[in-house]
Design a protein around this ligand. Sequence first.
Ligand code: ATP
Ligand code: MG
Length: 573
Amino acid sequence: MKWSEFLLPTLKEVPAEAEAASHILMLRAGLIRKLTAGVYSYLPCGLRVLRKIERIVREEMDRQGALEVLLPAIQPLDLWMKSGRFAALGEDMITFIDRHKKQNVLGPTHEEVITALVKQEIGSYRQMPVILYQIQTKFRDEARPRFGVMRSREFIMKDAYSFDVSWECLDRSYAKMYDAYCRIFQRCGLRFLAVEADTGVMGGDASHEFMVVAPNGEDRIVSCAACGYAASLEKAACLRREQAPAAQAAPVERPWEILPTPGKRAVEEVAAFLGITAADLIKTIMYSADGKPAAVIVRGDHEVNEAKLRRCLGARQLTLADEKMIVQATGAPVGFSGPVGLSAAVPIIADYALAAGGPWVTGANQADAHLRNVSLPRDVAITQWADVRYITPADCCPRCGKEIRLEQAIEVGHVFKLGTKYTESLQANFLDDAGRSAPMIMGCYGIGVTRIIAACLEQNHDAQGIIWPAEIAPFQALIMPLNPEDPASRATADSCYRQLQRQGIEILLDDRNVRAGVKFKDADLSGIPVQVIIGEKNLAQGNVEIKTRCSGERLLAPVSAAAARVQELLGME
Ligand code: ATP
Ligand code: MG
C-alpha cells in the first residue's frame, strides 16, 4: 500500500476531547474518528487492526471446535421480559418501537437470542456439547462512554455460548474457552491476568474476568505475587474472622457511655472531633433489603461491598435505606445510626474485621451523640458475622496471607458458568440418555474485540506514539524514501517494496512528498514494527537503515539484503 493512495490522516496536536493515551493515539494515528458520544468510525488503518484481531479470535475459537454463527442485532423485547433481564440491564438497553408498534431491543448481548435458537435446534444429548460464537456489533447506552472505543455505545464483541448436558461437561467447555482466551490475549500482545470475578447481572456460578493492567483501567483488581491469587475488587475475599490476626477483641472492662458529638455525622468529622482515627470507629449503614431494614457494621476506614452484602442477606434488591426507614429503624436522624440497642427486628451484619480491635466508637441512635467503649460482641446483638467489605491494600492475601497488590485494570474478556439461568426461564430443555427432559447447562464467554485495541495501546506506546505487537500491527513494515524526488531513492524504495511484498510481508510505502522530519514523526506515531529508512547519504554507500520501533535499535543493511533483514527482524525466517 502506498501512503499517497491510502487514507491515513495523522494529527500533530492532541485532540482536546481525548484524555486516555489509547484514545489520543487512535485519533492521532488516524485509526478512528468520532461521530457522536461513544460512537466511532474506523478508518482503513484502524480497520486493518480490527480485522487482524478478529482473525486471531476466529482461529482460536475454531481451534476449540466452536462454531461461528451470526445472530440478529434486532431482538424482540418480549424475549427479554421472559428472561427477566429487561430491568437488570435498565437504561443501558437501546429500544425502539417498530411500525407494527412492537417493542424491540438493539442487542446489548445475546444470551436470550442464542437460547431461543438452541431451544429450537437442539433437543437431544447426542447434539451436545456445542459451543456457538459470533463476532458482532453490540449496542449499550452506557452512562459514561469514555476513552474512545474503550467504553463506547456501539462496539464489537465476540460472544460465545456453550450448551452441555451436565456441570462436569460445562467445566470442560469453560476450560476450552478459558484456554482460547489466554491464547487470544497473548497473540494480541496483552499483558493480562485472569481474575476470579463476581457474576453480577449475568447470574450463574463461576466467572473469570480477563484484565489488562493499565492506569486508565476502570476496574480494580487484587493480586498476590506469592501465590498467584487474583480477583476483581468486587469479588476479592477478605480474611475470615478466625484467620484474622489477633482475632480476639481486647477485653473491655468499662461500660459504654454517651459522648456529645454535635453536628458530627461523617466518619472523618467524628474522628477529627474526638481525636481518634477512622479505624477506631464502627460505621453503621442502614440498607433496605427487599424492602426490609438491615444494618451492616464495618470499621470506619472500610467500605461496604454491596455485592457481598446482597449475597449474605440473600436479598434480590439491595439499596441504601432512605431517610424515613433510617429514622423508623433507629429513632435517630441520618448520620447517628449505631448497632447498640437497635430493634431486634433489624438484623445486624458485622464485618469480620470488627472481630479484632476495639473498644469502639459508634453512632448512638440519637441526634448529636456517639457512644464510646463499645465492645463486640458484648454490647451488640449481632445476627451474623460475614465478609461484607472491600479488601484494602493494608489487607493480606486471602489465600496465603502474604502482601497483596491493588491495581487499575481494563476488562477485555469475561467467562461465566451460567448453569440453567437462561435455559430454565426460556425452557431450553434436552432429552438425556435415559429419555428424561432437563434444562441445558450453559456457559457464556465475551471478548471486547474493539476494546482490545484500546487496551493494547494503553500498554504498548511511548511518547512518540504506538508500538504495535507484530501480530496485530496494521502493516508489518514501513518503507520511507526520505526524498522521493531522488530517482535512486525512489527506485530502491520500489524494489524493496516489491521484494517484501513477494515475501508476503504487509508493507506501507511512505511515498508522500513531505519533509523527512514529518515522515520520521509519523513513522513512530503509526507504530509499524519495522521501518526501512532510505536516505541519500546511506544509499550512496549502497545501504539502507532499518529501525525496529519497539527497541529503537537501528542497523545498516546493504540494499540487496534489506528484505531479508526485515524478515529476520519480524521473526519470520
Ligand atoms: P464493563 O464492566 O466494562 O461494562 P461488562 O461486564 O458490561 O463490561 P460484558 O457484558 O461481560 O461486559 O461484555 C463482554 C466484554 O465486552 C467485556 O469484557 C468488554 O471487553 C466488552 N465491553 C463491554 N462493554 C463495552 C463497551 N461499552 N465498550 C467496549 N467494550 C465493551
Ligand atoms: Mg458494562
